[in-house]
Design a binder for this molecule. Structure first.
Ligand SMILES: NC(=O)c1ccc[n+]([C@@H]2O[C@H](COP(=O)([O-])OP(=O)(O)OC[C@H]3O[C@@H](n4cnc5c(N)ncnc54)[C@H](OP(=O)(O)O)[C@@H]3O)[C@@H](O)[C@H]2O)c1
Length: 175
């Protein structure tokens, strides 16, 4: 079992613009059957964690049903609506008990920290982030929501091109 940050990023390391726009990302081309695509990644995932901004973005922009069948832990200090048909658990504070609950729910499957980067950093801070998968879009944003605002050493274990994206899979090294 491993815990992954799997995300797209601008070339200069931002997950979204300062006003949480993903327009720069959604206009890019990617092959769903190509290397390191989400459709293969999600098959091995048994539980998700995300921060409030990421959750609110999905609520605001995803017109269809809630996109995940897996239980999802949403970190927030606020009362947020529950998406219809979603298995959502709102949590706050220390990521360690949440990681334990996610692990219990996921069985033999892996865990996905959807974002943002600061939340992924909280998992890394306590040694609970194993891999970072990044699809780099050919865009620089100059500012925005950071990819992973921590000082970490990583090992590149896989690299590929998927149409517009430079895809890297990294293992988090621990000292
Ligand atoms: N490019 C991609 O593929 C991709 C992937 C994921 C996300 N995104 C986007 O990137 C942006 C990320 O936004 P973001 O940087 O603001 O990160 P975020 O993690 O989505 O949201 C941050 C918020 O999560 C809550 N939070 C985080 N840690 C917490 C903790 N330990 N306890 C309680 N609450 C906690 C806080 O919300 P409150 O205190 O306000 O409740 C905090 O302000 C979003 O726009 C998202 O849509 C893009």
């Amino acid at each position: 079992m491993a815990t992954h940050l799997y995300t797209a990023s601008s070339l200069d390391g931002f997950l979204a613009t300062t006003d949480h726009s993903l327009d720069w990302l959604l206009r890019q081309s990617i092959d769903e059957n190509g290397p390191m695509h989400y459709s293969a990644f999600i098959k091995g995932i048994g539980a998700l964690a995300m921060g409030a901004s990421t959750y609110e973005w999905i609520l605001a922009h995803d017109d269809g049903p809630w996109p995940y069948t897996q239980p999802t832990w949403v970190f927030t200090h606020r009362e947020l609506p529950v998406a219809a048909g979603a298995d959502i658990r709102f949590v706050r504070g220390d990521v360690r008990p949440v990681h334990a609950a996610m692990t219990a729910a996921a069985g033999d499957d892996d865990l996905w920290v959807v974002g943002g980067g600061e939340l992924a950093g909280q998992f890394a801070d306590v040694g609970l982030l194993d891999e970072v998968w990044v699809q780099y879009a050919p865009v620089t944003l100059g500012a925005g929501a950071p990819l992973l605002p921590r000082t970490l050493d990583l090992e590149l274990v896989e690299a590929a091109r998927n149409r517009d994206f430079l895809c890297g899979r990294y293992r988090v090294l621990r000292s």
